[in-house]
Design a protein around this ligand. Structure first.
Ligand SMILES: [Zn+2]
Length: 251
């Protein structure tokens, strides 16, 4: 077949995947055979879970759409919602279950601190991450964009920042989670929801001063870790408040 040219314009912060610094980025690609729009977009370095809206010559299409002729393509990220566009979006928000890759320990801890369900195994390989994602219906959080491009991935996110607090704010915004924050309800070590624990039940596990000064405890039913609002507590609360106020202020 006759080779054809696709001109793609990437909007919003999708340019982080293209290596271009500012503004909407324009890319031109030549193809010699029929190619799905998903593959065309990913050939530019942009993983499909980051793409919320695709227009081909002004018409909304899904990832399965194939190109065989010259075309103009506009690609929008999730963040560009709230414009006057009414088209059906490719991504959903409101997902509160995640699986994070082994490099995102800080982000995982933060999200658990805020009450979110994050599966995490520092040693999990790509295959295991994808398995947990699919089996438990979780969104994939990874800084490996190749992994995010895997066809089996429906929902996922590539944190822009390398800083755990910034990443946490990004994830809460991307998945619209600010109303679902429930601090100190989940085990930071193993992700299980915490239970109230009566002091007499756990008193033999406490340090002498903790026994004296604290009366309210939570316990992880899975790993048995005990939590109370000890000396570290005000610091954690301050961090949570900072994250909350940063999420609210549209930076
Ligand atoms: Zn636990």
């Amino acid at each position: 077949m006759k080779p054809f040219t696709v001109r793609l314009r990437f909007h919003g912060d999708l340019n982080v995947f293209l290596g271009s610094k500012a503004g909407d980025a324009l890319i031109q690609r030549r193809f010699a055979e029929k190619t799905s729009i998903k593959d065309v977009i990913e050939s530019c370095g942009v993983p499909h879970p980051e793409v919320d809206l695709i227009l081909v010559d002004g018409r909304t299409v899904g990832f399965e759409h194939t190109l065989a002729n010259d075309a103009k393509v506009e690609v929008f990220p999730v963040q560009n919602r709230g414009t006057d566009r009414k088209e059906k979006r490719l991504q959903i928000t409101g997902i509160a279950r995640f699986v994070a890759d082994g490099h995102l320990g800080g982000l995982t801890r933060n999200l658990r601190l805020l009450g979110f369900d994050v599966a995490y195994d520092q040693n999990a390989d790509d295959r295991e991450l994808l398995e947990v994602m699919a089996r438990e219906n979780r969104a994939l959080l990874t800084r490996d964009r190749r992994l995010l491009m895997h066809a089996i991935v429906q929902h996922g996110y590539w944190p822009r920042s390398q800083n755990a607090d910034e990443q946490t704010i990004e994830v809460i915004r991307r998945f619209d989670l600010s109303e679902l924050i429930a601090p100190f309800t989940r085990c930071l070590r193993c992700n299980a929801p915490l239970e109230e624990a009566a002091k007499p039940e756990i008193i033999d596990k406490l340090e002498p001063l903790t026994k004296i000064y604290y009366d309210q405890f939570r316990r992880c039913p899975a790993c048995k870790q005990i939590y109370w609002s000890g000396s570290h507590f005000p610091k954690l609360q301050k961090r949570i408040e900072e994250i909350r106020s940063r999420v609210r202020s549209k930076a």
